[in-house]
Design a protein around this ligand. Structure first.
Ligand SMILES: Cc1cc2nc3c(=O)[nH]c(=O)nc-3n(C[C@H](O)[C@H](O)[C@H](O)COP(=O)(O)O)c2cc1C
Length: 170
């Protein structure tokens, strides 16, 4: 798919078919995330691939009942690895590790579109509960449920006018 078509087609998908996402597709998604830029090329994040139904149910609860997390055949949890960034960047590590992880998650979302899959960024969750369920001390940045869309992709979400947020500095 043409890159700008991918951008245009991406929209938050909150309803998924039962159809599974193959291991090959999961690998392609992870490779896309892995190709994202990162500060010093340190890739200061971790990705957890979640297919287990019990764990998905726990994440639904931790994410205030967002049921589509449980409906998606696979979820990707992106965690910040601040310690890795600190090895090189001191006080910039907090920002860099957050950026590294979120850019990688974005790459994964765009790759999903190209594979005919849909996804949604989930950021609304109780952090401590997610950490507990994922058995980690690392900060969860986003949960990305991925699957075959069971809804038409809404690509017409309103956006602010560019003039509202862009300034050209001559
Ligand atoms: C940081 C962040 C957190 C978000 N959290 C949620 C969430 O918890 N649940 C949800 O359904 N959508 C969530 N979204 C998706 C946004 O609602 C969505 O991207 C926005 O409304 C624009 O719609 P679009 O993605 O279809 O273009 C989140 C997006 C971002 C970037």
């Amino acid at each position: 798919m043409d890159f700008f078509d991918v951008i245009k087609k991406r929209a938050s998908i909150r309803s998924f078919k039962e159809r599974l996402v193959s291991d090959d597709q999961v690998e392609q998604l992870l490779k896309a995330a892995n190709s994202a830029p990162s500060a010093g090329n340190l890739q200061s994040y971790r990705i957890l691939v979640i297919k287990n139904d019990d764990l998905k149910d726990k994440l639904v609860e931790a994410a205030h009942g967002q049921k589509f997390i449980g409906q998606a055949p696979v979820n990707f949890a992106f965690l910040r690895d601040i310690e890795r960034a600190k090895s090189k960047y001191g006080e910039r590590a907090e920002l860099y590790s957050l950026q590294d992880g979120t850019i990688a998650a974005t790459f994964l979302q765009l790759a999903a579109v190209d594979l005919g899959l849909g996804s949604c960024w989930v950021g609304s969750f109780i952090e401590d509960k997610v950490k507990e369920h994922l058995d980690t001390t690392k900060k969860p940045l986003a949960i990305i449920p991925v699957g075959y869309p069971a809804q038409r992709s809404r690509t017409d979400s309103a956006r602010r006018e560019l003039e509202e947020m862009v300034s050209f500095i001559e």
